[in-house]
Ligand binder design. Structure first.
Ligand code: ATP
Length: 466
């Protein structure tokens, strides 16, 4: 099954979706650059999320907080003290791994919850955990490893102030809670959504873009009255799941909600669910949805001494709000959408690779293909291309045979190809009945239909749904 991922990685490079980072310098492991089609895909994902979770909702506001924050934020949030993972070295080949990840691969997610490092070590021994590199089972004891990247503010090396690159966008939202409540005056319940880069010095990044050290998150912190949080938690679980299936076209049978058992819950959480997807390498977390009680705001109130209470003007009550947080990685979702869309389809005497993206997700919506690259056919095709460009991301392609051009668009996931031929422009021995008509070919069915040029935009708009 892993081959499926290899084929997707190869397609992503070949077709300009995702390139290995710093490639001309032999690369930098586990960094990826998003090429011309990848960047469109990412942009579509972020816009769709923003619309669904922020602008289309009367009760959610947007935010863009900074990546560098006062280090006390990370003390309050617990990231300085606790955001560390049990690092183990293989005694035979000296490769380094996260003990909890190795154990979870064998025993299932959450198996290390609540265990201290000695207990984790004992689990490694008892379960004869093999080194993924050399297969040996001799390990060092786990050591704490903090995942936060450090850097310095200040011009002279060594004299600056230590700061961290944020490992999540969420804390930026909590830190601005007071500002939002005092200046924008939303009424609870309300949420604040943010999209931005996060950084984690992951020990074992991998599986293409599944786990990287630099990634983007789309996070929502939904503030509500204490006692209502579990209703909101259920609401957001459903909302997230349905969005994936109904709006983005993710196959329902490839998704599952995995609710954390009591022992697995973080000490501050009274409910956590992972939305998991069945990747070619197995089930993995796509989206974490957590009811975080009032932990974060309380911690910030204690550390900053600035009150984080909300005063309810209707009920005349004051309280520190409870929070429900759906947290999703942009690249994780992108990988899900690639895996979900990818198919090598057997045809009668041939096969084709196709990305069955939902049109809303597809990086290119329409390709305009002139049958020949000269004369009236080319002129008409270029005119059409310019017109459609005002509305969508459209490609113009006049190289190679029509068949090859269709295959290329299939691999990009372009929902529609529009072909301009001699009949369209009435050149040569053309069919007068087809004058002013173009051929529209649909990606999934490969069916072709004649459409009048003056009806084309409306036709495409209806079929694309965006
Ligand atoms: P893990 O235990 O696997 O390291 P986590 O449970 O700590 O992950 P969260 O903190 O819940 O992850 O992160 C929320 C979401 O952010 C994840 O569901 C995932 O979509 C995304 N994410 C987290 N870490 C990474 C990463 N290293 N690379 C890409 N996406 C990530």
């Amino acid at each position: 099954v892993q081959d499926a991922l290899k084929d997707i990685i190869s397609l992503c490079k070949r077709r300009g979706f995702i390139f290995p980072g710093s490639e001309i310098y032999d690369g930098l492991a586990n960094t990826w650059d998003y090429g011309p089609y990848g960047v469109e895909l990412k942009r579509n994902i972020k816009n769709l999320w923003w619309k669904k979770f922020v602008t289309s909702r009367h009760d959610v506001l947007g935010l863009d907080s900074s990546i560098l924050l006062n280090p006390r934020v990370w003390k309050a949030s617990g990231h300085v003290g606790n955001f560390s993972d049990p690092l183990v070295d293989c005694l035979a080949c000296h490769e380094r791994f996260r003990a909890d990840q190795l154990l979870e691969e064998k025993l299932g997610e959450g198996c290390c919850a609540g265990k201290n490092f000695d207990e984790v070590h004992q689990m490694m021994v008892d379960n004869k955990i093999e080194c993924p590199t050399c297969g040996k089972t001799d390990w060092t004891k786990p050591r704490a490893f903090n995942l936060m990247f450090q850097t310095e503010i200040g011009v002279i090396e060594g004299e600056g102030n230590k700061v961290y690159l944020r490992p999540e966008t969420a804390q930026g939202i909590f830190v601005d809670f007071r500002n939002i409540v005092d200046n924008v005056r939303p009424r609870i319940p309300f949420g604040v959504g943010q999209i931005g880069k996060s950084f984690r010095n992951e020990i074992t990044p991998g599986n293409f873009i599944f786990r990287t050290r630099e990634f983007e998150q789309m996070e929502l912190e939904f503030f509500c009255e204490p006692g209502t949080e579990l209703d909101w938690y259920n609401f957001w679980r459903k909302y997230c799941f349905e969005w994936l299936v109904n709006d983005l076209g993710v196959k329902r049978e490839k998704l599952r909600l995995r609710e954390h058992a009591k022992e697995e819950l973080s000490h501050y959480s009274n409910g956590t669910t992972d939305v998991e997807y069945e990747f070619p390498f197995g089930w993995g977390e796509l989206w974490g949805i957590a009811s975080r009680t009032n932990y974060d705001l309380t911690q910030h109130q204690n550390e900053s001494k600035v009150k984080q209470e909300y005063i309810d003007p209707v009920q005349n009550k004051r309280y520190i709000p409870y929070v429900v947080e759906p947290s999703l990685g942009v690249e994780r979702l992108l990988l899900v959408l690639l895996c979900n869309a990818y198919e090598v389809e057997k045809l009668e005497n041939d096969e084709r690779t196709v990305l069955h993206f939902d049109p809303k997700v597809a990086p290119v919506k329409v390709a305009v293909l002139p049958l020949v690259k000269k004369g009236k056919v080319k002129e008409k095709a270029e005119e059409l291309y310019q017109k459609l460009l005002n509305r969508w991301n459209v490609e113009y392609d006049e190289t190679q045979s029509i068949g090859k051009r269709y295959r290329r668009q299939d691999e990009l996931g372009t929902p529609f190809c529009v072909t301009v031929d001699f009949d369209t422009v009435g050149e040569g021995e053309s069919d007068p009945a087809k004058l002013g008509y173009v051929t529209v070919r649909e990606r999934d069915s490969m069916k072709q239909e004649l459409v009048a040029i003056d009806k084309l935009e409306a036709y495409l708009f209806e079929k694309l749904g965006c």
